[in-house]
Design a protein around this ligand. Structure first.
Ligand code: UDX
Length: 466
């Protein structure tokens, strides 16, 4: 008799409603989590915004519902033209404001609409307290997904203290001072985001932390062996159950982002022809933008390092350019087959490829965790927010990467750092990174912490309905 049968039956008709934030670094882990719940016998409905809306055909296991946000005939505050000049915090505030009421209506319709019993709502932590208030009003329990790491969350949660003590707002004269309350962070590592209204950043962060306190639990895309002490800290601050069940994308082999298009296949073919651990993979995530001058330094640095490179340049990510126009004429052609530039790739697949020897990254949390999961050492150029905290941990705590500060991103320096990381065993970095990869695998094994937390999460969520 299959021991799983009674559990699966019990779950039949149980539904989880998810409300992701519409940015790839948030949406992707939510979809991965949806896949994990689905595998455990739940049905999943994704409430999504029309801003950056997903392609449901790529995720046929789930039901997608659009949350309509603007009334017919009214100006859309989230249209392409309205949002193109906005900074990230202003955009997040606009999203939160625009979707507050429509989300209430959509959630109510889903919960009261009959059909499967709804176990709970899983909302991105950044949506904040409004989702808590709405869920309570509608009578559905709410669990929060925090897509970043626990160390950076502790730094966000410390914002009031950091402001009281004068660390925030950051003063240029204090950048290299240690933050004694949050070792090993320095003032320059604090997770700020440049915005026209600094008060807005504090409000968004505070709302995220207070919203998590009001939840029935927090799910983390990280694993206990990586951030054990920060879980204790988060736990004492939030006082809610927490579930570090990451890395999400490693739970199963057939997760949604393993789909490949033609361009990805060409990239794999290109990688197949390279020596083991010889390629530098460079990508700065889905949001960071760079100046043209920086772009050219990166180009020359990669080229002069004389290592093969795969470089992701998102269209529009170089200020003032559409894509690659500012590269000197013949730049790529002269380099022959040694360099490849694409607009986007299947990053999970690239990092898992044996030819990749280093990842030059902006240290977004997903990229960090994906690199660790494949044992690939990093070159860290954090741009904003949690990326600074992640970089500090990569370089000083886990010691699986070297820093290349954005302000020092000059071709000679780039060449030097690439050579150091790609050096045989990169001063022990590769070994340490493989050890972390092994720890992640252990956490995901049957008796490992991520698996056990997942079992607890499933029981927790099922207990809501009873
Ligand atoms: C944002 C923030 O910048 C980051 O700091 C925060 O932790 C999450 O939200 P983003 O900048 O996009 O995320 O970076 P990251 O967290 O690394 O997420 C990018 C995702 O896009 C990764 O899952 C990566 O695998 C994927 N990706 C990136 C691709 O699939 N292909 C690419 O070519 C580039």
């Amino acid at each position: 008799e299959n021991p799983q049968t009674p559990i699966m039956e019990e779950r039949k008709g149980r539904r989880i409603i998810m409300f992701p934030l519409p940015f790839p670094g948030h949406f992707n882990p939510m979809i991965e989590l949806a896949g994990i719940f689905h595998h455990r016998g739940f049905s999943v409905t994704i409430l999504h915004t029309s801003y950056n809306f997903p392609d449901p055909s790529r995720h046929s296991h789930f039901t997608f519902r659009n949350v309509p946000h603007n009334k017919e005939g009214e100006e859309d505050p989230l249209s392409q033209s309205e949002t193109s000049g906005m900074d990230l915090i202003a955009l997040i505030r606009q999203l939160k404001q625009s979707y507050a009421e429509p989300f209430r209506q959509s959630l109510a319709a889903e919960v009261r609409g009959g059909g499967d019993t709804v176990c709970c709502l899983v909302s991105d932590a950044i949506w904040g307290r409004n989702t808590a208030v709405v869920a309570e009003e509608i009578g559905v329990r709410r669990v929060v997904l925090r897509t970043g790491g626990a160390a950076s969350f502790c730094a966000f949660a410390a914002f009031p203290l950091l402001r009281d003590k004068g660390y925030l707002p950051i003063q240029d004269s204090r950048l290299d001072e240690p933050v004694t309350e949050l070792p090993p962070l320095k003032v320059k590592d604090l997770p700020i985001i440049e915005t026209k209204e600094p008060g807005d950043l504090y409000r968004v962060v505070n709302d995220m932390v207070e919203g998590a306190k009001l939840s029935s639990g927090v799910i983390w895309n990280t694993f206990e062996d990586l951030e054990r002490f920060h879980f204790m800290d988060c736990n004492s601050k939030l006082q809610v159950p927490f579930f570090p069940i990451g890395p999400f994308h490693k739970h199963r082999d057939d997760l949604p982002f393993n789909t490949k298009n033609m361009e990805d296949c060409k990239t794999t073919e290109w990688l197949n022809k390279k020596d083991p651990q010889s390629v530098v993979y460079a990508s700065f995530g889905s949001l960071a933008a760079i100046e043209e001058k920086e772009f050219l330094e990166i180009a020359w640095g990669l080229r002069n390092s004389e290592r093969p490179f795969l470089w992701i340049v998102r269209p529009g990510s170089v200020r003032g350019s559409e894509w690659l126009e500012s590269l000197p004429c013949g730049f790529i052609e002269n380099f022959g087959d040694k360099g490849k530039i694409v607009k986007w790739t299947n990053q999970l697949e690239v990092l898992a490829h044996p030819s990749v020897g280093a990842f030059w990254t902006h240290c977004g949390w997903n990229s960090t965790l994906e690199s660790i999961s494949e044992g690939v050492p990093m070159i860290c150029t954090p741009c904003f927010s949690d990326q600074h905290v992640n970089a500090r941990y990569i370089v000083d705590v886990w010691r699986v990467g070297l820093v290349l500060e954005r302000s020092k991103m000059e071709r000679k320096e780039i060449e030097k750092v690439i050579r150091s990381v790609m050096m045989e065993n990169g001063d022990g970095m590769k070994e340490r990174c493989l050890e972390l990869k092994e720890k992640a695998n252990v956490c995901l094994s049957e008796e490992g912490s991520s698996s056990k937390y997942l079992d607890k999460l499933v029981s927790h969520v099922l207990s809501f309905g009873s």
